[in-house]
Design a protein around this ligand. Structure first.
Ligand code: GDP
Ligand code: IMO
Ligand code: MG
Length: 425
């Protein structure tokens, strides 16, 4: 297992954190490759609950080198807060490394995230409000500030002044907002720069040398494939590349070095924020899943929208990620449902299709075609092998795997590390 990518197959919150933690026990290096503190990855170890936003979940394992690579955008206040909170809980943070090339989320990004959302009105994306979109806009617009700027106080101050002139014009003249003060920003960020400097390095070289040594590397994707800027349900997406290809782009490791992609999917579907959701359950059944599954955002606390498993969408995301194995999550949550349903096709303008449309307006017209299965009443959270599961639950899992055309490698039946059934692939 030299290089494994862990990728979400839906709209995020598939329990990537739990699976990364599980794999990290046998890993040398764990790398976050995309997104920022819009992510919230939960790991439960006994009675302890850890919520990661920027730091890779693999850091809980003492022997792991945790890397925040080039493709990530960093809010230094959040990063420094996370590192000190972990250290205060006795976690070894000395092996954390941060890419010199990662972009910095600046105060104007957070402000513009709010102002842009207000401006969109009823068309708002429902972002996490963390400045993610505006930070990536500036990265691609060549206005960005990076870690290598942040750790050099003079260079950083000069860049802030260069960029802030333009940003303040935008804030005041386009949006009618209040201008930001360069001195106050430099004071605040100067302190973060000092804290981050000892951790900053060229992580692409670090990862390449670990790969050359044969180290076991896990890439921790954030968000989900349906939120990918190119392949997701545009424009209701995030601004980075959650898909497995993002691991190559966001780290500098060539795609041939990645030989294993684990796709993570809940056995139902959730989504936070606006946008199309083909199998959404807006009534009582959705509420039952939300309450049983504790489906409230890890980052913003917003209730997650809930619905049935969408095999058309997940078959598509398995393909674009070139998934080699599947982890199916939260089987325990469906216990007690009289029947469970899976979308196996869409009816669009009177035509039946199993292809996932790239045009979101077409997708909005999709009527899911459901297959229905008998449910199960038996609790599954203590199951540790396939044969412990009720036959109806096993049949459901088998059908999902067949529909998406990827073998199941793990089934999660609870939030804890040990609540995991391993399946021989
Ligand atoms: P991530 O963003 O993909 O890492 O996922 P989140 O951490 O945002 O959301 C997944 C939630 O489900 C977390 O609260 C996990 O502790 C929890 N969880 C993970 N696996 C299971 C499971 O099998 N059953 C239940 N009931 N909860 C789970
Ligand atoms: P993890 O890694 C669920 C969603 C937001 C919003 C859209 C754009 O925990 O799975 P952004 O702030 O990124 O510009 O918001 O993307 N979103 C997520 N939803 N889990 C996430 O991350 C998400 N990251 C972004 O809710 O709809
Ligand atoms: Mg999450």
């Amino acid at each position: 297992m030299p290089a494994t990518v862990v990728v979400g197959l839906q709209w995020g919150d598939e329990a990537k954190g739990k699976i990364v933690d599980f794999l990290s026990e046998n890993a040398d290096v764990v790398v976050r490759y995309n997104g920022g503190n819009n992510a919230g990855h939960t790991v439960v170890v006994g009675d302890e609950v850890y919520k990661f936003h920027t730091v890779p979940a693999g850091i809980l394992h003492d022997s792991v080198t945790a890397v925040i690579s080039d493709g990530v955008v960093i809010d230094p206040a959040v990063l420094c807060g996370e590192v000190s909170a972990l250290a205060a809980r006795g976690i070894n943070t000395s092996k954390l490394r941060i890419s010199n090339a990662a972009h910095i989320i600046m105060p104007w990004h957070k402000l513009l995230d709010q102002l842009e959302e207000q401006h969109r009105g009823s068309q708002k994306i429902g972002t996490t409000g963390r400045g993610i979109g505006p930070c990536y806009q500036d990265k691609y617009g060549r206005w960005g500030l990076r870690v290598c700027d942040l750790v050099d106080e003079e260079r950083f101050a000069a860049r802030v002044r260069e960029v802030l002139g333009y940003k303040n014009s935008l804030i005041t003249k386009v949006f009618g907002g209040q201008p930001l003060d360069a001195d106050a920003i430099c004071r605040e960020y100067g302190e973060f720069g000092r804290q981050i400097a000892p951790l900053a390095c060229d992580t692409s070289h670090l990862i390449a040398s670990e790969e050359a040594k044969g180290s076991r590397i896990v890439f921790e994707g954030a968000h989900g494939s349906l939120l990918d800027i190119d392949h997701g349900t545009y424009p209701y997406v995030t601004s980075s590349h959650p898909i497995s290809g993002g691991a190559a782009i966001g780290t500098g490791l060539g795609p041939r070095a990645i030989d294993d992609v684990i796709g993570i999917a809940k056995v139902y579907t959730t989504r936070v924020g606006s946008g199309v959701f083909m199998t959404e359950l807006e009534g009582e059944e959705g509420e039952v899943i939300r309450q049983k599954g504790a489906e409230f955002g890890t980052t913003t606390g917003r209730p997650r929208r809930c619905g049935w498993f969408d095999a058309v969408a997940v078959r598509f995301t398995c393909k674009i990620n070139s998934c080699s194995r599947l982890a199916l999550i939260k089987l325990d949550v469906l216990t007690g449902m009289p029947t469970v349903r899976v979308a196996t096709a869409y009816d669009i303008n009177g035509e039946r299709t199993t292809e996932f449309p790239q045009d979101t307006l077409v997708l909005e017209k999709a009527e899911p075609v459901f297959e229905e299965f008998p449910g199960w009443d038996q609790q599954v959270s203590e199951a540790r092998k396939l044969s412990d599961l009720p036959a109806t639950a096993r049949a459901y899992i088998d059908r999902l795997s067949t529909l998406v055309d990827v073998p199941v490698w793990a089934i999660s039946v609870g939030e804890r590390r040990d609540q995991t059934i391993m399946v021989d692939v």
